[in-house]
Design a protein around this ligand. Structure first.
Ligand code: NDP
Length: 364
């Protein structure tokens, strides 16, 4: 049943992103986004992507730094009326130019700004991880439901050509019966002052940040939901970077079919890989989930055939994500990576931490 559900989701992604879709005629005004948080991701990665979009445009910015916000607004032809601070954010409800609020803030602020945006009558695209607890995720879903607004999570890999092709190959039986997925994500986190290392703002260490990619990959490559998790953590607590959050965490997921996934995240080495093993072959991506330059191979027991995926339905994974949300709003459809999808991950994340803490397998 899970495989069926994800097949439908993948199919609907293609449908929603198909160019020239009837419900989104060329005369339709692209929907307006407010970017909340002009940091690395919001400012340097997302804002430059609107030029690649068909159904989305930048309509406002929200920042604690007025001078930066004014500079960005000027660069993108926005007036001063399109600039908000965190204090006056709620007045965004009076701005009909803003349809969707995109939350690009530290993880510990996702819930507050998602809920405030929904109460202001705006749809929400919220960065990963959805929030820092199951309770927060549930409150975000409830607020958006109550306001009748859509909620999507920034799981960009669902719009990335290599990952889409890997999912399609896995589902089509290209590797035979799926037995095991290995997914590892990490980078060297050098700056001990970063909010990512402060629990109140991050909710946790590498698992919250990079482990989400490993967990997502285990779920979208198998197309199944795990029934049990066993985790172990290794962190040098004398290292000033890791006084509040974990460095390395490794976990095993068990799936109903008998398949397993071994996942890893860390802040002390660089790694970015997904490997699916089936009883007739394998699918490997390395790097797997980067912004660009991802590579993929299939083979019987190694990297025998390099796979160049067909171009994705959008110019870039970021534009695909932004336009998918805009079209979901316009068509009144659930985004393929909805709040419920973020909540599923957060339930597993809490179980991973619990398993590592208590030294036992947690049944989900
Ligand atoms: P940054 O630290 O670069 O930016 C965060 C921004 O949030 C700041 O620049 C600031 O913007 C605002 N902010 C408000 N309050 C605070 C605070 N107390 N401490 C720090 N910043 C604050 O982080 P990123 O852009 O790297 O990450 C933001 C979110 O995006 C995270 O949830 C992260 O997980 C996600 N992300 C997703 C990626 C993906 O590939 N999907 C990649 C990178 C990040 P201002 O000055 O405008 O107020």
């Amino acid at each position: 049943m899970e495989i069926g559900r994800r097949d439908i989701l993948l199919g609907s992604a293609a449908l929603l992103l198909a160019p020239g879709g009837s419900a989104c005629a060329a005369t339709d005004r692209p929907l307006g986004y407010a970017i909340v948080g002009l940091g690395y991701y919001g400012l340097n990665v997302i804002i430059p992507q609107f030029v690649n979009c068909t159904h989305s445009r930048l309509a406002a910015v929200v920042s604690g730094d007025r001078a930066k916000a004014q500079r960005v607004a000027r660069e993108h032809g926005l007036s001063d009326k399109a600039i908000y601070s965190y204090a006056d954010f709620d007045t965004i409800r009076d701005n009909p130019d803003v349809d969707i609020v995109y939350v690009c803030l530290p993880n510990g602020m996702h819930a507050e700004y998602t809920i405030r945006a929904a109460r202001a009558g705006k749809h929400v695209l919220c960065e990963k991880p959805m929030a820092i607890s199951v309770a927060e995720c549930e409150a975000m879903i409830a607020a958006c439901r109550k306001a009748d607004r859509k909620l999507m999570i920034g799981y960009r890999c669902h719009f990335e050509a290599h990952n889409l092709e890997a999912m399609r190959l896995a589902r089509s039986g290209a590797a035979g019966k799926i037995r095991y997925v290995r997914s590892e994500h990490g980078f060297v986190q050098r700056d001990p002052t970063k909010w990512r290392l402060k629990r109140a703002l991050s909710g946790g260490g590498s698992l919250m940040d990079m482990g989400i990619y490993s967990l997502q990959a285990a779920r979208y490559m198998t197309g199944e939901e795990p029934v049990a998790v066993t985790a172990r953590e290794s962190t040098d607590r004398r290292d000033p970077r890791f006084t509040e959050v974990e460095d390395m965490i490794d976990w095993t997921l068990e799936f109903p079919s008998g398949a397993m996934a071994g996942c890893l995240s860390m802040y002390s080495a660089n790694q970015n890989r997904i490997l699916l093993m089936g009883d007739t072959g394998r699918i490997e991506l390395e790097p797997a989930t980067r912004y660009d330059g991802n590579e993929m191979w299939t083979g019987k027991d190694g990297r025998e055939r390099k796979i160049v995926p067909p171009p994705g339905p959008a110019k870039t994974q970021f534009a695909g994500q932004l336009d998918h949300m805009a079209q979901s709003v316009r068509r009144g459809q659930e985004p393929i990576v909805s709040g419920e999808e973020g909540l599923r991950d957060m339930r597993i994340v809490e179980a991973i931490y619990r398993s590592a803490r208590e030294g036992r397998t947690i049944r989900l």
